[in-house]
Design a protein around this ligand. Structure first.
Ligand SMILES: NC(=O)C1=CN([C@@H]2O[C@H](COP(=O)(O)OP(=O)(O)OC[C@H]3O[C@@H](n4cnc5c(N)ncnc54)[C@H](OP(=O)(O)O)[C@@H]3O)[C@@H](O)[C@H]2O)C=CC1
Ligand SMILES: Nc1nc(=O)c2c([nH]1)NC[C@@H]1CN(c3ccc(C(=O)N[C@@H](CCC(=O)O)C(=O)O)cc3)C=[N+]21
Length: 287
C-alpha cells in the first residue's frame, strides 16, 4: 500500500481563508480588526522565522499584528509587565509568548500571567483544565490542527485505537485529551514506555510528537493506519519529522514534513484569535 499524503498546507490555506472572511465580518460589524500580539524574547533564528511568518499570516487574514521583540537579557519582571500591558489592551484579542524562553525566565510564571480569555495558545492551566473537563476554552493550536486533519481523513473517530507519542503540555497531553473527547481509545507513550514499537503496532491513529528524526519505523506501523507527524527536526539533510518517510509503504495516510502539521498550527492560531475577538466583541462568527 502507498499512503495518501495529507496536504496540511492546502487544508491550512482553506482554514485561513475562512478565518479571513470572519475577520472581515468583525471589521464590518465592530469597526476594528481582531488583534494578535506575539512576543519573542531573544534572537533564536528558528523562533525569529516563526514569529515573522505568524505576523505575515496574521496580516494576510485581515487581522492586526503586534510584534514585540525583546533582547535575550530581558528580565522576568519586565516580560510580566509587558504581558500585563497586553492583557489590558482592548485592541489585543490574542497573546502568544514564543517558547522556549531564556533559562533565567520561569515559563510557567509567564504562561499563567496571560489572561485566559486572550490565551490563544491554550497553554494557561485554566484552558488546559477546561479541555480536560469538557468546558469551552482555547485548545492548543498544534493538537487542534492535528485533530482537524485526522477527522478530515477518517470521519467519526469513536472506538479507534490512538497512540500519542510524547506527553508535553503543548502537544502530547492536549492531543490525548482531544482524542478522548472524540471517543478514541488513547494510549500516551513517552521516553519510559516499554516496547514502543509494539504499542504503536496496535494503533489506527499515531501522533508522533517527540523531536527525534525518523524515529517511527515502517515495521511499527499497522497496515492502513493514519500517521500524523508533529516533529520538526533540523538535520544536515534538511527539515525532517519523527516518522520515517518509508512508513508511507505501510500506512493508509500520513502527513509530510514540511507541509503537514506545521501550517495547521499557524492557521489554528489565527482561528483562535478570531474566536477570541468574536467573544470579546459579542459578534457571532461561523467557521
Ligand atoms: N509542527 C508544529 O507545529 C510543532 C512542532 N513541534 C515539534 O514537535 C516535537 C515535540 O515537541 P514538544 O512536545 O514540545 O517536545 P518535548 O521535548 O516537550 O516533549 C517530547 C516528548 O517526547 C518524549 N520522548 C523523548 N524521547 C522519547 C523516546 N525515545 N521514545 C518515546 N518518547 C520519547 C518525551 O518523553 P518524557 O516526557 O518521558 O521526557 C516527551 O514527552 C519537536 O520536534 C517540536 O519541534 C512542537 C510544537 C509545534
Ligand atoms: N508559544 C508558542 N506557541 C507555539 O505554537 C510554538 C511555540 N511557542 N514555539 C515553537 C513551536 C513550534 N511551532 C511551529 C509552528 C509552525 C511550524 C511550521 O509552519 N512549519 C513548516 C515549516 C517551517 C520551516 O520550514 O521551518 C512546516 O512544517 O511545513 C512549525 C512549528 C509553534 N510553536
Amino acid at each position: 500500500m502507498t499512503a495518501t499524503m495529507i496536504d496540511g498546507k492546502a487544508f491550512a490555506a482553506g482554514l485561513r481563508a475562512r478565518v479571513a472572511e470572519g475577520a472581515a465580518r468583525i471589521f464590518a460589524e465592530a469597526g476594528r480588526r481582531p488583534g494578535l500580539a506575539v512576543v519573542l524574547v531573544g534572537d533564536d533564528p528558528a523562533s525569529s522565522v516563526y514569529v515573522r511568518s505568524k505576523g505575515k499570516a496574521t496580516v494576510a487574514a485581515g487581522m492586526e499584528s503586534f510584534e514585540h521583540r525583546l533582547p535575550a537579557s530581558t528580565g522576568e519582571a519586565e516580560l510580566l509587565a509587558l504581558v500585563a500591558q497586553l492583557n489590558a489592551d482592548p485592541a489585543v484579542d490574542g497573546i502568544l509568548v514564543q517558547l522556549p524562553l531564556p533559562k533565567h525566565i520561569d515559563e510557567r510564571a509567564v504562561i499563567t500571567s496571560i489572561d485566559p480569555e486572550k490565551d490563544v495558545d491554550g497553554f494557561h492551566p485554566v484552558n488546559a483544565g477546561r479541555l480536560a473537563t469538557g468546558l469551552e476554552g482555547f485548545v492548543p493550536c498544534t493538537p487542534y490542527g492535528c485533530l482537524m486533519l485526522i477527522k478530515d481523513q477518517l470521519g467519526d473517530l469513536a472506538g479507534r485505537d490512538a497512540v500519542v507519542i510524547g506527553r508535553s503540555n503543548i502537544v502530547g497531553k492536549p492531543m490525548a485529551q482531544l482524542l478522548i473527547r472524540e471517543s478514541c481509545t488513547v494510549t500516551v507513550a513517552h521516553s519510559r514506555t516499554h516496547d514502543l514499537p509494539d504499542v504503536v503496532r496496535r494503533a489506527d491513529i499515531v501522533v508522533a510528537a517527540v523531536g527525534r528524526p525518523a524515529m517511527v519505523k515502517p515495521d511499527w506501523v499497522k497496515p492502513g493506519a493514519t500517521l500524523i507527524d508533529v516533529g520538526i527536526n533540523r538535520t544536515d539533510a534538511g527539515l525532517v519529522g519523527d516518522i520515517d518517510p518509508a512508513c508511507a509503504e505501510v500506512a493508509g495516510a500520513m502527513t509530510p514534513v514540511p507541509g503537514g502539521v506545521g501550517p495547521m498550527t499557524i492557521a489554528c492560531l489565527l482561528r483562535n484569535t478570531l474566536v477570541s475577538a468574536s467573544r470579546r466583541l459579542g459578534v457571532a462568527y461561523a467557521i
